[in-house]
Design a protein around this ligand. Structure first.
Ligand code: R5P
Length: 316
């Protein structure tokens, strides 16, 4: 049996952390985070955590590297404050874009981050919709991956899906798009997306499946620059799609994504709140809807604390 449950928040997404704590029915733990003039970060845990079962919520959003280092320092501070078990809760996992050795002389940064989290003191990890599922295997300690599927599925089920088809933006997202389509009872199609380099300018070159006259839900794990969604929407309209909606877990929305997405002529863009979307971006993106993940993370934390299974949370 673990000690008292406590939830702390880093500075990346205090709104989500507060929502998680509120779902559990407890206040956030007290910690003070200071930045010195030389940009060094100092964390002080301002309550007793000796013997406690502690969860620290920190997502990956700008400044990405600072937020990661802040998380490492929080974990270290909690370890030295004698918490009995520490779970790093990473709604959007940092540095996940490099997850395999597919080029010479590169770092597998997702594995490096897994090593750093463990070295800093994380006994467990809780995350959501990884860019690649094999990242879970980079941890020697237990790691749980939640999927946003139940949240997205509950939302899209409220619509008339009788003429709907789910479309994966590329082969990489096809497996999970297939699960998603099966759960909402629709067929699926796959776009052949090509990237020639790291310029984040993909091209949709072909479509496998028939979208003519159909309402489409484009499925993907994340929107970064919006290039993949723009390309997907373009090819789907070319092939006669009617309504084009998007269901994505992580709304990274980097650079001029808002502009790119607004030009893509989407009927609805649904993301979750694993990453904070601040004003003016929030209201500048047309037809954007943000669904909260706080109850799902809160429930997962309660179950991990009580030693219960998380499998049911994957269902909708
Ligand atoms: C594969 O590359 C991913 O599943 C996403 O499609 C990608 O990360 C989205 O990035 P962007 O919005 O920059 O095209």
């Amino acid at each position: 049996m673990q000690g008292d449950l406590k939830v702390f928040s880093g500075s990346s997404h205090s709104g989500l952390a507060a929502g998680i704590a509120s779902h559990i029915g407890m206040p956030l733990g007290k910690a003070r985070i200071n930045r010195f003039s030389n940009e060094n970060i100092k964390v002080k845990i301002e309550e007793n955590v000796r013997g406690a079962d502690v969860f620290v919520v920190q997502t990956s959003c700008p400044p990405v590297s600072d937020n990661l280092v802040e998380m490492l320092i929080m974990l270290d501070a909690l370890k030295y404050s004698s918490a009995s078990r520490i779970t790093a809760v990473l709604p959007y996992f940092p540095y996940a874009r490099s997850d395999k050795k597919d080029e010479s002389r590169i770092s597998i940064t997702a594995r490096l981050v897994a090593d750093l989290l463990q070295t800093a003191g994380a006994d467990r990890v809780l995350t959501m919709t990884l860019h690649a599922p094999q990242i879970l295997g980079f941890f020697r300690n237990p790691a749980d991956q939640l999927m946003a599927h139940p949240i997205l599925i509950n939302y899209f089920r409220q619509k008339n899906l009788s003429n709907t088809i789910v479309v994966a933006t590329d082969a990489g997202s096809a497996k999970f798009a297939g699960h998603f389509a099966k759960r909402i009872g629709t067929p699926m199609a796959i776009i052949d997306k090509r990237r020639t380099d790291d310029t984040e300018s993909p091209q949709s070159v072909a479509l496998i499946g028939d979208v003519n006259g159909k309402d489409v839900i484009i499925y993907d794990d994340e929107i970064a620059t919006g290039g993949s969604i723009r390309e997907a929407a373009r090819i789907l309209r070319d092939f006669g799609a009617k309504e084009v909606c998007v269901g994505v877990t992580h709304g990274v929305l980097s650079g001029n994504a808002a502009e790119v997405l607004n030009k893509a002529d989407l009927d609805e863009l649904v993301v979750t709140d694993t990453i904070p979307i601040a004003e003016p971006k929030l209201s500048s993106i047309k037809n954007l809807r943000v669904l909260t993940t706080a109850p799902l993370f809160g429930e997962a934390i309660k179950r991990i604390h009580a030693g219960l299974s998380l499998s049911e949370l994957m269902e909708a």
